[in-house]
Design a protein around this ligand. Structure first.
Ligand SMILES: Nc1nc2c(ncn2[C@@H]2O[C@H](COP(=O)(O)OP(=O)(O)OP(=O)(O)O)[C@@H](O)[C@H]2O)c(=O)[nH]1
Ligand SMILES: [Mg+2]
Length: 197
């Protein structure tokens, strides 16, 4: 069976924009959260790329619908774990820290941390696509704080196979493409053959 590379993350982080960049397939992209409401698949070579609906808040959708979508996503990963070559967790790097802090102030585990841990607990290979880097003035500082929040020791550069700073809207995704190619070809990260062509 063909393997899947699945894009996952909260609403409005840029999953569909990245999906379009990776596959060339037309998808709905929107300013408001909740644009993608069901998984959208596209085959590239012998891999299926899957664009998931947003995990969590979706504007104009009822709480029930949002919970249903969340349950659907959780079940999708649980059922399909064996077929998933790579889970790409897309985050909006420009708002990630503010949002995580707000959740922590309320005494809750930030949604994106919960999602990251869930994917790892399933034994999946997970890479964080830190999107919207074009909005960030000090990328290294922001990325150091993001990896720390996710439980990895800074500096972020030592996690170059776990986090890829990108700007899907600007067409900048080279670090992520490198990780995907290594994964598809089964090469170890950082090996000399893994250089992106
Ligand atoms: N500045 C900036 N904006 C981006 C980037 N990538 C996506 N966006 C914008 O973010 C918004 C949401 O993009 P989508 O690709 O629809 O996000 P999504 O994660 O698929 O959203 P849902 O389908 O609602 O879950 C759009 O206005 C995009 O143009 C980026 O790299 N930089
Ligand atoms: Mg979408």
């Amino acid at each position: 069976m063909a393997k899947e590379i699945v894009l996952i993350g909260r609403s409005n982080v840029g999953k569909s924009t990245l999906f379009h960049l990776l596959t060339g397939k037309k998808v709905r992209i929107g300013k408001k959260p909740g644009v993608t409401t069901y998984p959208f698949r596209a085959q590239v070579g012998n891999i299926y790329y899957v664009d998931m609906p947003g995990y969590g808040f979706m504007k104009y959708r009822s709480k029930e619908e949002q919970e249903k979508t969340k349950d659907y996503i959780v079940k999708y990963f649980e059922d399909k774990a064996a077929d998933i070559l790579l889970a790409i967790q897309v985050i909006d790097a420009s708002s990630f820290l503010d949002i995580a802090n707000r959740w922590k102030e309320r005494g809750e585990v930030p949604l994106e941390i919960e999602l990251y841990e869930f994917l790892q607990d399933l034994g999946l290979d997970v890479v964080i696509a830190a999107n919207k880097m074009d909005r960030i003035a000090n990328p290294d500082d922001a990325l150091d704080m993001i990896v720390e929040e996710l439980g990895m020791l800074p500096p972020w550069g030592q996690w170059a196979d776990k986090i890829a700073p990108i700007s899907a809207k600007k067409g900048k995704s080279a670090p992520l493409l490198g990780i995907i190619r290594n994964k598809i070809s089964g090469r170890a990260p950082g090996s000399s053959e893994s250089t992106v062509q």
